[in-house]
Structures are given as structure tokens and as C-alpha cells.
Design a protein around this ligand. Sequence first.
Ligand code: 1GP
Length: 248
Amino acid sequence: MSVYQALLQSAERQGAGYLVLIDPDNWTEESVVKFVEQVNASGADAIMVGGSLNTRGNWDSKLIQIKKAASLPVLLFPGSLGQVSEHADALLFLSLISGRNPQSLIADQVHAAPLIQHIGIEPIATAYMLVESGKPTTAEFMSGTRPLPRSKPDIAVAHALAAAYLGFKLIYLEAGSGAELSVPIEMIQAVAQSTDVPVMVGGGIREPEMAAEYVSAGARFIITGNVLEANPDPGLLKAFARAVHRKN
Ligand code: 1GP
């Protein structure tokens, strides 16, 4: 079974799936292994690995440590071409469809595709949609794109429909890492009702209660990053997993 299908099944069984994002830049090799062990034991569905920058230069060695320690699937969430690697189970093959920058819509993907084929990692076509979230985010700045206006769910729906008709397998509504304001509930509802393509939501989710509300609104996967990097508390990890897994 593909990683994609396994994730969908797990989300279906439990109400939704919980994905924990690790930005290797924010961890040492020792601390990241300890954190992965906590994530393994938390009830989370998968680990995502990615970041906007790579300031330490030891990306692959940290990824190898993460993969070795993980008992859950490891999904790459590449912030750049250099983050494509064989040391993971699957890769979110992202196209930044909220933007109008050809580099992040198709050019980076053309560069990455032969490498993905060569290393044999599973690509999961993901329509990546940045949503306005208060202050400008790193993802916004680095991609040179404008996010979707947060008060315009109809514009988000139009993008989601285009993503569905183009055959994307996931839609990722992204407020941006550390976002001041996370994705508006109304937008999640509108997008989830408009299409069967599973919706992932991330960026600025700091409380398990908010994760639970997003699942009620129709999110199929919830992603948290910063909140646990700032406070890697096993109790908080478990609380997020419980909040997302409403059927358990
Ligand atoms: C960022 O959606 C993820 O790409 C997670 O965001 O770090 O704000 O949880 P946070």
C-alpha cells in the first residue's frame, strides 16, 4: 500500500490524521532523536520534515537520524530542491497554486521530478495554498508570492476546485510556520465542502482545541510544528493526537 493510502486509511479510521512537522534547522542530532521517539509514542500518524532554510548544512545526516528513529512514516515537505532525499518514505510534491510564480508552480517540480524517479520515493501531488495570516510569513517571502486573502473563502474554493480538476491528491491550507493567525474556520469549511480532495491544515496551530475545531470544520490532516519545537512536551503531543483523532 502507498504511504498516501495508508495515511488516508488512518485518518478515516480515527476521524483525521495528525502530522508532526520537524524543521531540522531547529534541532541538534541528539535532541531530534529524542523528539522523534516522543512523536512515535504520541499516537501521531506521521512525521513531516522540511523547512524554508537550511542554515546548518547537515540536512541529510539529520534526516537519516530522524528516519532511523521513526516508527511512523516520514514525509518530506521540501522547502527547496536540496531537501529532496531518499531517506524518507514519501514526499509532498508541492505546487504553490495560491501564487503566480512559475518557479514554485512548475519549474522546481521539473528539476525535482527526475531525481524523485531515480531515488524511487513516493511523490504525493499536493496543492499548496498560502493563506494570509497577519504578518508576512517566511513561506510567503521566500516564494515571492501573495497569499490568499483570509476573508475570501470563495477564492480559496476556486483554487481548491482547480486543484481537484488538475488531479492533486491533497490540498494544503497553510497559514505559514509560526503564523500569527491560523487558517480561518470558514475557509476550511468552504474548501472541504467544495471537493473530495483531502484537506490538510497547518500554520499557527497552538492549542489542541483549535486542532479539534479544524477537524470538525472538515480538515482531514492537521499539522503542527513550532508549538512543539518550542515546547517538546510529550503530554502536549498526546493531547494534539487525541484532539485530532475524534473517532478514538
Ligand atoms: C508550517 O504548517 C506548518 O509549514 C506548521 O506551522 O510551525 O506554525 O505549527 P507551525
